[in-house]
Design a protein around this ligand. Sequence first.
Ligand code: S3P
Length: 750
Amino acid sequence: MLQPLFQKVAFIGLGLIGSSLARVIKQQHLAVEVVASTRSKQTLADAKALGLIDTGFSQAIDAVQGADLVVLALPVRATQQVLETIKPYLSKNVILTDVGSTKGNVVAAAAAVFPEGFPEGFVPGHPIAGAEHTGVHAGRADLFADHKVILTPLDSSAPWAVEKLTQLWQAARAEVICMDVQKHDEVLAHTSHLPHLMAFNLVEQLASRQDNYDIFRYAAGGFRDFSRIAASDPEMWHDIFFANKTAILNAVDGFEAQLKSLRQLIETDDSHALMGMLGHAQAARQHFNHMLAKKPLMEKNKVTQQFNILPGSHRFNGKFTIPGDKSVSHRSIMFGAIAEGTTQVSGFLEGEDALATLQAFRDMGVSIEGPKNGQVTIHGVGMHGLKAPVSALYMGNSGTSMRLLSGMLSAQQFDSVMTGDASLTKRPMERVAKPLRLMGAQIQTTGERGTPPVSMTGQQQLKGIHYDLPMASAQVKSGILLAALWAEGETSVTEPEPTRDHTERMLRAFGYEVKTEGNRISLQGGGKLTATHIQVPSDISSAAFFMVGAAICENADVTLEAVGINPTRTGIIEILKQMGADLTVENERIAGGEPIADIRIRGSRTLKGIHIPEDQVPLAIDEFPALFIAAACAEGQTILTGAAELRVKESDRIQVMADGLQTMGIQCTPTDDGIIIEGKGQANDWSDIFTGGEIESHHDHRIAMSFSMAGLRSSAPITIYGTETVATSFPTFTQLTTQAGFSIEVEENQ
Ligand code: S3P
């Protein structure tokens, strides 16, 4: 059996927190002996009967003798007196801790008792857990599970003591965080003490009115939610407000200042600024939840999701409007934010990636209204108007946000840090950091592989450079061009192959001159952007799933309206046509500076395998997962080369697709820079191609949507795991497939 952590644990006080910890220690045999002292004999008798302690004492001095862990679990105000009493009886190597919700005053009390210096085992602590009920009977062994415990070690605290306490709290399934005392009190003043103070204050304000009876009678959910914590124990809060006086007064000052500016916005009818402030607060509220849970932005309480697709006769017909283009949506926010004037955006993609960009600019002080039905209004702050964000900017799953903003933030006057979710944290960022450093940027990536978080140091004067892009990447090109807006002189980028040119086009739409000469793109720094109206076209990368679905499904007839057909994005159309798909591009027109068209595609012929021309690769870079499904349904072999970039997308798209295809009975061979797929299709034969199976999408939205389309030709059920990220780029995906006559069951796990 494992050695217990402690020989003898002594609790001084045995209320909710103390007795819960005693339960953990007893249940897991973490100590040879557990004792307690409390004033109430009944509590001791009950604790003994419940098996929480071996012996109870009415005097603390009797409990602590010989103990190697002493836990003060009593009201904070009693700390000094108890410490004075027990001091002569403490063992030399005792660990002495407490569970109070303020720390500065506990340390001050201890300083008064130990003027010669703190014992090295003294480590104050604060479990952030509680319940409405108090007392020894209310305790629960799982009270701390999935809660945080803050330890505030002092300079004098021995590492072994911190380590042992950490082990104890981890045994209680708590997450242990170490913080310094002052920081703890400041954080708690804002996150716990101020909200309680406000709740007491609001209830008091209403209760003091003459008409209080009516007010309470008609009070609705808002009042109930806001005031719930005013039902807490007044004595406890009275003590906390005094115990953490300085930090609480600071928090109250901050609240007053904020309230004053809100009051002023209402008084002066400042509608823009009020909308901006409310929108920012609403988004920040959502954002905090997700940031803490390390989940995508829009996700509510679910952890992961799966798609279940049954075999059978599926239809795939209709006219659809696919959501807005992700690349264009990102850029509309970025450019609108640094333009002069108010930019209106319509057709904005309300997916998580573009929303991460939107939130980042709100965090940098830009007032943005919406999105509402695809409409967004951005009140530009000009080239020098962005403000330092108060904390790290969270980019969720979005590589585009992080790479483009690396350029923009490198040129600002303030320092900044960008973080992302688990997938983004694995993606290479040096590809953009390297050229930015050549421009004079101070930018750091993390770890040997140069991944997020990415930190930028502000106040660097950037210089223009001429850069030969080593890979065909619109994100890297755009990151450099964005930094170049603030750089001295000319910057030019030469690409190995043309990549999407939305940055160049949109800069021009905002009145900024950008030259394109062959594969060389250049601009002069120091200009300005002027607000404009941006109409975001439907995303051809999302439309690609419907194109492939229609191409592989007998009798399918699908029209996708107003899809962006920017020539740097139309590889999917070209490749499907070369494979023999029945696809027509109709009603071509220009909208908001981008060419758009209606795309009609019918499942009337069997596709043929081809060797995909390498010059089409950058023009279809996001569409390959879908194209691989088409290739599996084609007659003959499809060969892809020159597409190594696919390995560094939201997942390694070559390997992950190969694994999934093989699971579903398709022969294929992944290579370093592509794949060879043995198509199972036969001319004029529409029988099933895929054998069904369980697919791991690696939380990559495009993998999930591609394998969904395989469901149109599968002989057995398909389950696709990790599909919640579909919301990053195509939030209405399953809704639209259902309308087409192809139903995908969405199952939320947890
Ligand atoms: C994008 C560029 C492409 C693409 C991504 C969006 C953009 O990435 O895969 O989805 O908006 O610039 P790379 O530039 O890394 O190829």
